[in-house]
Each structure stands twice: as C-alpha cells, then as structure tokens.
Write a protein that binds this ligand. Structure first.
Ligand SMILES: C[S@@+](CC[C@H](N)C(=O)[O-])C[C@H]1O[C@@H](n2cnc3c(N)ncnc32)[C@H](O)[C@@H]1O
Ligand SMILES: [Zn+2]
Length: 183
C-alpha cells in the first residue's frame, strides 16, 4: 500500500485517521507493516493489503467467506459456466455501469466486494485510455478473492488499492470531496 491508499482509509474501530508505523518516504509501497490510529488501534499490512476488519467476523459469516476462499481460484471459470447455462454475458451487463461514471474529471470508485475484480475489468473495457483519472479501491472479506484480484490487476496497466475489510463496517473516510462511487 502507499500513502494515497492510507489517506482514503479510517480506523474501523474508532473512525480516526490512520498512520503508517515508522512513516512513509515519498511514493513508497509498503508490502508488510503496521498502521495505527491515534488511539493505538493497530492493523496489519500483509503483501500490500491492509487488514481492517472490525469487529471480528462472526462464525456464521466465516463459513460463507471460507467458501469464497475455497472457490476463489476457480471463480471466474464458474461464472463463465454460469453465463453459458443462463445464456447471458455478465461482462456486457457490467459494462452498463459505465454510463453512471462522469465522462471527464477525477472519480473515486470503491468496489466494496471486489471478488475477482470483474467490475474494474469491465470499467477498463469502457474507459481504456482514461483509467488515469480513476482512483480505484477494492475491498473484500475473502483473502482468497483478494489474492486473485491482486494477481489479475498486476497484469493490467491500471492500479487498484486493495483492502481486507467488511461491508458491515467499511474502513473508508467519508470526508472525500468530489465524485465518489460505491459499487
Ligand atoms: C458473488 S461474489 C461477487 C464478487 C464481485 N462483486 C463480482 O461482481 O464479481 C460476492 C463477494 O462478496 C464478498 N463478501 C461476502 N461478504 C462480504 C463482506 N461482509 N464484506 C466484504 N465482502 C464480502 C465475497 O468474498 C465475494 O468476493
Ligand atoms: Zn482507532
């Protein structure tokens, strides 16, 4: 993670801003480390992804997340099979959301259950040469899905700031000014 990613986040326990323990040098990418708020709530960064889940995942939810972890590597293949079975093209359907994105200017988009990053791949299909004006964030509660997303995004020429977090308490600042969209 980098400084811009951290600035978009908040402590999921108290809502305060977060700082990297030890501080950043300019445009540094942190692979493993710790971030804390002024109250001392401390969170891990593992393989560039900050872990900001609070409160802990309940047992009932953990069961579902374990299923997503397990199917993560095969998820895109399963969606393909599902598309064929239903006779639909989900990527085409996804590209419809591009009509809600302003045609110019900076935009921040947070995909709160990013899965395998399919929505951002669809965004790329629609906006290829303009990806630079988007600040893209992806969150998920499945580390398996985040791993697949991270690998797919690394092969693209745009970046997405990935965060391990829950839609029940998204760890994002609400103070952002300008165009912001939640998928
Ligand atoms: C059906 S998949 C959809 C993924 C993606 N949005 C897409 O359209 O392909 C649902 C996703 O939600 C994630 N998820 C489930 N519960 C979540 C929660 N509480 N917070 C964040 N993500 C969650 C799962 O790990 C999974 O990646
Ligand atoms: Zn805190």
């Amino acid at each position: 993670m980098n400084e811009a990613h951290l600035k978009a986040l908040r402590c999921p326990q108290c809502g305060k801003n977060l700082q990297l323990n030890g501080g950043f040098t300019s445009s540094e990418e942190i692979v493993d480390g710790k971030i804390s708020c002024e109250k001392g709530h401390t969170w891990d960064i593992t393989n560039r992804i900050p872990s900001l889940v609070y409160p802990q995942i309940r047992k009932e939810d953990a069961k579902w997340i374990a299923e997503y972890d397990e199917m993560a590597e095969k998820y895109d293949e399963l969606v393909e099979q599902y598309n064929e079975f239903l006779g639909v093209n989900l990527m085409e359907e996804r590209s419809n959301f591009s009509q809600f994105i302003p045609i110019e200017g900076p935009v921040r988009i947070i995909d709160v259950s990013i899965g395998t990053a399919a929505n951002f791949m669809a965004l790329y299909d629609s906006f290829k040469k303009q990806m630079g004006r988007f600040k893209l964030h992806g969150m998920d509660l499945s580390t398996g899905m985040l791993k697949v997303s991270q690998r797919k995004i690394a092969e693209m020429d745009f970046d997405v700031s990935l965060t391990y977090g829950s839609v029940f308490n998204p760890p994002y600042c609400s103070s952002h000014r300008g165009n912001q969209y939640f998928l």
